[in-house]
Each structure stands twice: as C-alpha cells, then as structure tokens.
Design a protein around this ligand. Structure first.
Ligand SMILES: *Cc1c(COP(=O)(O)O)cnc(C)c1O
Length: 396
C-alpha cells in the first residue's frame, strides 16, 4: 500500500513512543520504572467522576452534542476564564475539543497555507512541529538560552520573523522545562506579535500548576490588543487529572473559532459527551482537589530536584511549574563516553531499566526529561538507578 508523503514524514510522539516501549518491556516481566509521561498519577476527583456517572445514567450522554460543545460547558469555560484570567468572552468565542491537542491541530489547520511559518521556541512540546507540518506549514525553531531558562526574547523572535510568519507558540509554564515567562517578557513578546500581526498561540495547559512564589501570567491578560491577538488553548487534562477524558478548549477570535469548529465537525463531530459533562463539574465544582494535587507535585519537585542535581554530570535549574525536570546531562554524557543523549536514554532503559524521554525529541540534545507525575517511591528509585548507572559507566 502506498503511504502519503504526509504520513511518511510524520514523526510519532517521542513521549508516547518512550512510554509504549517501557510498557512493552514491563509486559515481558522486566522491572521497569517509567517517568516518561506527562500524566498526573492521581485518579480523577470524586465529584467529577460522579457527574460523569450521573450524565450516563440520565441518558443525556448517549447522543451527539453540538460540535463546539454542550452549551453548559461553553458557558463554564467563559466563567472559568473570567475567574482565572479576569477576561470576558462569549460562549461563541469558545470551542470544546478532544483534548487541547486537537484544539491546536484544528487551529493550525485553519491558519496555515502551504509554506506559512510558525515560530516554535525550543525546547518544545513534541506535537507543535508535527501539527504545523501536517497543516502544510513550516515550523521555525527558535532557541532560547539555557542560561535564560530556555526562554526566547523578542530579539530571537524578530530574527526568525519573515513575511510568512503566521503564528508564534508560547507554552508557559513550559513542557518540558517547567519554566515560566515573566509578565514583562510576555508583554514584550505580545507587543511584538501585535505589531507584526502574528497570532499568539497561548498553550496555558499548565497555568494552575505553579510552585513556590512563581506566578503565571496568561499573556492574553496583558493588554486588550494582545488579547485580540491571542488564541488561548487550555484543558482539563493536567489540572484535574483527566488526561484520559480528552477534553480541551480554545478561546479567542470568533472567526478562527468558527473555522476550527468546521474542521472538528468533519473530523470528530464532537468531543465525547460524557467527558463534557464531567468537564462542567471540573471547571465549576469545588477546586480543593486541584490544590491538593498541586501541593503533592510541589513536594515531589522540591525533593526530586535536590536529588537530581546530586547525580554526577547533571545540572538543572529549578522549574517553577508543570511537572517535569529537564536536566542538562552534557557533562554526564562526556564522563560516560556518550556522544548522543538518545543512546544514553536507550542504555538507561535497557541496562538500568529506567524509562525517561530524550531531550532530542524536544529539540534539546543535551537534556533529558523526567516527569514527576509519578509516586514518590518510583521517583526516588529512578534517581538511585540513574545515579548508579552514571557512576558505573564513569569508572570504565
Ligand atoms: C499535555 C499537553 C497538551 C495536551 O493536553 P490534552 O490532554 O490534549 O488536553 C498540550 N500542550 C502541552 C504542552 C501538554 O503538555
């Protein structure tokens, strides 16, 4: 069978691939520790589960919903954005999607023509680049300095800008680095985007997972002009431990939202009905479980970061949000005779039975990503194994 060029050029998600490999080895009976996935290990809070069960039993979850989402959920999104961003939108400016991932997919489908460019700061969440390519666009990678927490500046962006630049993706708090752009940094980037009519794709999915005295400023809140230039992408997966339910949303320009809805109408019809009812409860119900989970992540971050920086050859600035550490392991690679981080992570899996994600997949060939959305025992043992592995390789 012939495969399209598009399919041939598509790279599967490195994080999902690493997690699948770990599961495969586990199934063979090996004692594999996996810190690959960006997926909270908590079960979905009880009140949300119960709302879903009630929706099933009432019969209302049996049917197709409007493509853009049930009216209750679109209204809930409006109220949520009002509460956490202080911004007023109408339900018509919202779209419920099959995960935030599909919101991004639909967005790139409606803004890009063949050859149009999207600026993606490096390191980046793996799907941005592939989704841009699938839409016929060209991802333009811009590297932030690791010394500046990998954050890009307006100078970096201006360097990459051409007449074909349609959008810039901003993910703060960032997956994979956990770093957060300050309000001033965002203001500068926002004004630059407004001046050049470049759409800001604001992936705010980790906005409520912020630690210590760090603060998350959604870029859309900085000024009215910036708000108009921004498509907010968010969802329930990370905040409410609802990855499997597949509910995300987009909020912004009404013409774009309408066009994205048309894409969804031909691609998916609607996000799963029962999940939409669950998401209404997530967004409008009690929020104390969010805080409980956030605190658990923060505690793990504090303990894990202290251990990871003790591994020979690892350096790691302390993240401020999300649930990843993204240590630079260049020195460890040198010490152990590796020239390539992916060989290092492959050997870690095969020899130390630790599955984590190579930074190469995020555009950062000196780094690895450790997700701390796992229980503490797993995390502690993971660090022990990595440390022992590096120490063993180093002596050779
Ligand atoms: C997890 C993640 C998403 C997508 O989440 P969904 O489960 O599809 O809602 C989007 N962006 C980033 C940066 C993520 O880490």
């Amino acid at each position: 069978m012939k495969l399209s060029k598009r399919a041939q050029n598509l790279k599967p998600s490195v994080t999902l691939a690493a997690s699948a490999k770990a599961k495969e080895l586990k199934a063979q009976g090996l004692d594999i520790l996996s810190v690959t996935l960006g997926e909270p290990d908590f079960s979905t809070p009880k009140n949300i589960q119960e709302a879903a069960i009630a929706a099933i039993q009432s019969g209302k979850a049996s049917f197709y919903t409007p493509t853009a989402g049930i009216p209750e959920l679109r209204q809930a999104i409006v109220e949520y954005i009002e509460k956490y961003y202080g911004l007023t939108y109408t339900p018509a400016q919202t779209l419920v999607t099959d995960g935030a991932k599909f919101a991004l997919y639909a967005l790139f489908q409606v803004i890009l023509d063949e050859g149009d460019e999207v600026i993606i700061p490096v390191p980046y969440w793996v799907s941005y680049a592939e989704q841009v390519s699938l839409a016929g666009g060209t991802p333009i990678f811009v590297e932030g300095l690791e010394a500046n927490q990998f954050k890009v500046t307006v100078d970096d962006l201006e360097h990459a800008r051409t007449t074909k630049t349609q959008a810039v993706v901003l993910n703060t708090p960032s997956n994979p680095t956990g770093m957060i752009y300050t309000k001033d940094e965002l203001q500068a980037i926002g004004e630059w985007a407004v001046a050049h009519d470049i759409l800001i794709v604001a992936d705010d999915i980790y906005g409520r997972l912020v630690y210590g005295d760090a603060e998350f400023t959604p870029i859309a809140t900085i000024s009215e002009a910036i708000r108009q230039q921004t498509m907010i992408i968010n969802g329930v997966s990370k905040t409410y431990s609802m990855t499997g339910w597949r509910i995300g949303f987009a909020v912004g320009n009404i013409e774009l939202i309408k066009a994205m809805t048309d894409i969804a109408s031909q691609a998916t019809s609607n996000p799963t009905a029962v999940s939409q009812y669950a998401a209404v409860e997530a967004l409008t119900g009690p929020q104390d479980s969010v805080e409980t989970m956030r605190q658990a992540f923060e505690e793990r971050l504090n303990k894990l970061h202290a251990l990871v920086v003790e591994i020979p050859g690892f350096t790691c600035a302390k993240p401020q949000g999300a649930f990843y550490l993204f240590p630079n392991v260049k020195e460890a690679l040198d010490m152990c005779g590796y020239t390539d981080v992916t060989t290092f992570t492959d050997d870690l899996l095969n020899e130390a039975h630790v599955a984590l994600v190579t930074g190469a997949g995020f555009g950062a060939p000196e780094n690895i990503r450790i997700s701390y959305a796992s229980d503490w025992d797993t995390l502690e043992e993971t660090v022990k194994r990595i440390k022992a592995f590096v120490e063993k390789k180093r002596q050779k």
